[in-house]
Ligand binder design. Structure first.
Ligand code: PLP
Length: 368
C-alpha cells in the first residue's frame, strides 16, 4: 500500500516511473541486464543519457547555447564548486539571501574565496528579513562587474519562492540560481540565468544526481590550474559528464521522470496542477481561524514547500500520528524552523492534497 508522501526530499516519484523501473530492473529492453549493471561507456547507457538530456532540454525549452551536465555531490557541492570555477582573482560574487539554503551557499562560497583570491558578499536588501518575504533590492545594490550573483529561487525550508517577475535586476552581472526544489514545476526562462543547478531528489529523480544547466560561454573559460578535473565545469562538459562513472541508475530514473513529465503535458501543464494544489493547502491554512498559520507574504509563498505552524505546538506529535494513520507521511517541519511542512512536488498527485486538507480540517475541528 502506497501512502501520500509529503517529504521535502528525497521525495515522492511518479508511480508510473517506479513501476517502469521495477519492470526494467532485471532486464532493460531485452538486453538481459539491468541499467545498474551496465557499463556507462556502452551503447545502451549512451542512449539512456542522451535521451535524458534531450528530454530535459525539450521540457525546459533550452536554447542551443546552453549545456546540460549530470554531476554528483548534490546541490551542496555546487555551493563550493561554483566559486571554484567562477570567482576570479580579485573578483566579487554577490549572494541574495532569502532563506536557509541561500545562506548556506554564501557561507560555503566564503570558505572558497581565499583559494581563488576573490571576495563574496551578501547583497543588502531593504530590511532585515526573517525569511518570510522576498527582500527588495535597488539596482545599485548589484555590482555590474560581479563575476556572478547567486540566488535560490525556491527556499525549501522557509517556503519562499521567487518568480521571474521578482528576479532582481543585476544589470550585467550573470545570475546563478539554485532551483533544487522547484525546477520543472513551472515554465522558466533559462535565458535569465548563466547557470541553474538542482539536486535531483526533489523534483527530478533519485538522490545522487545533480543537474546543471550552464551557458556555453562559461565553459570556454579555463578554471584555475589547481582545480581538480572532477570539479571543473569545463572538463566535465568536454567529457559529456562522463569523466568518471556517473550515477547511472539515477540518470536513468531521471530520464523516466522527464518522459513522464512530457506525457503529462510538460511544465506548463504541471504548473496548472501545482497552482491548484498549493491554493488548496494555503486556503485550508488561512481559513482555519488561526489554528494553522503560514507567515510567508502571499506573493512569496512557495507552491512546492508549504511550512505551517500550529497555534498550539504541543499538538504536533498528535497531528503527525493521526496523519500517519490516515496515510499521510513526512509532514514534520524542518528542525531549524519547527512546525509542519508539506512538500507538493510534481509527482505528488492532487488527490494527496485533497486528502491532506480534509484531514487538517477535521483535525482542527476536533482539537480547536
Ligand atoms: C535540498 C536542497 C539543497 C541541498 O541539496 P543536497 O543535494 O542535499 O546537497 C540545496 N538547495 C536547496 C534549495 C535544496 O532544497
Amino acid at each position: 500500500m502506497r501512502v501520500f508522501n509529503f517529504s521535502s526530499g528525497p521525495a515522492v516519484l511518479p508511480e508510473a516511473v517506479l513501476t517502469q523501473a521495477a519492470e526494467d530492473m532485471l532486464d532493460w529492453q531485452g538486453t538481459g541486464t539491468g541499467v545498474m549493471e551496465m557499463s556507462h561507456r556502452g551503447s545502451a547507457f549512451s542512449r539512456i543519457i542522451e535521451m535524458a538530456r534531450a528530454d530535459l532540454a525539450d521540457l525546459l525549452g533550452l536554447p542551443s547555447d546552453y549545456a546540460i551536465l549530470f554531476l554528483q555531490g548534490g546541490a551542496t557541492q555546487q555551493f563550493s564548486q561554483l566559486p571554484m570555477n567562477r570567482l576570479k582573482k580579485r573578483g566579487l560574487a554577490q549572494y541574495v539571501v532569502t532563506g536557509a539554503w541561500s545562506a548556506k551557499a554564501l557561507e560555503a562560497a566564503g570558505k572558497v574565496a581565499p583559494l581563488t583570491g576573490g571576495r563574496v558578499e551578501a547583497v543588502a536588501g531593504d530590511e532585515e528579513s526573517d525569511f518570510s518575504d522576498l527582500p527588495f533590492f535597488t539596482d545599485e545594490a548589484f555590482d555590474p562587474e560581479a563575476d556572478y550573483v547567486h540566488l535560490c529561487t525556491n527556499e525549501t525550508i522557509h517556503g519562499v519562492e521567487m518568480d521571474e517577475a521578482h528576479l532582481p535586476n543585476t544589470q550585467d552581472a550573470p545570475l546563478v540560481a539554485d532551483m533544487s526544489s522547484h525546477i520543472l514545476s513551472r515554465p522558466m526562462d533559462i535565458r535569465r540565468y548563466a547557470m541553474v543547478y538542482a539536486g535531483a531528489q526533489k523534483n527530478i529523480g533519485p538522490s545522487g544526481l545533480t543537474v546543471l544547466i550552464v551557458r556555453k560561454d562559461w565553459l570556454e573559460e579555463t578554471p584555475p590550474d589547481w582545480l581538480p578535473d572532477l570539479l571543473s565545469y569545463q572538463v566535465q562538459a568536454r567529457h559529456d559528464s562522463m569523466l568518471n562513472t556517473p550515477p547511472t541508475f539515477a540518470i536513468y530514473v531521471a530520464g523516466l521522470v522527464f518522459q513522464w513529465l512530457k506525457a503529462q503535458g510538460g511544465v506548463a501543464a504541471m504548473e496548472r496542477v501545482n497552482i491548484e494544489k498549493a491554493a488548496l493547502l494555503y486556503a485550508c491554512i488561512d481559513q482555519s481561524g488561526g489554528f494553522y498559520r503560514n507567515g510567508v507574504a502571499s506573493e512569496a509563498r512557495s507552491r512546492m514547500n508549504v511550512p505551517f505552524l500550529l497555534a498550539d505546538p504541543a499538538l504536533i506529535p498528535l497531528f503527525l500520528e493521526h496523519a500517519r494513520s490516515a496515510g499521510l507521511i513526512e509532514l514534520k517541519g524542518h528542525k531549524s524552523v519547527g512546525g509542519l511542512r508539506a512538500s507538493l512536488y510534481n509527482a505528488l498527485p492532487i488527490e494527496a492534497v485533497r486528502v491532506l486538507v480534509d484531514f487538517m480540517t477535521h483535525f482542527a475541528k476536533t482539537r480547536a
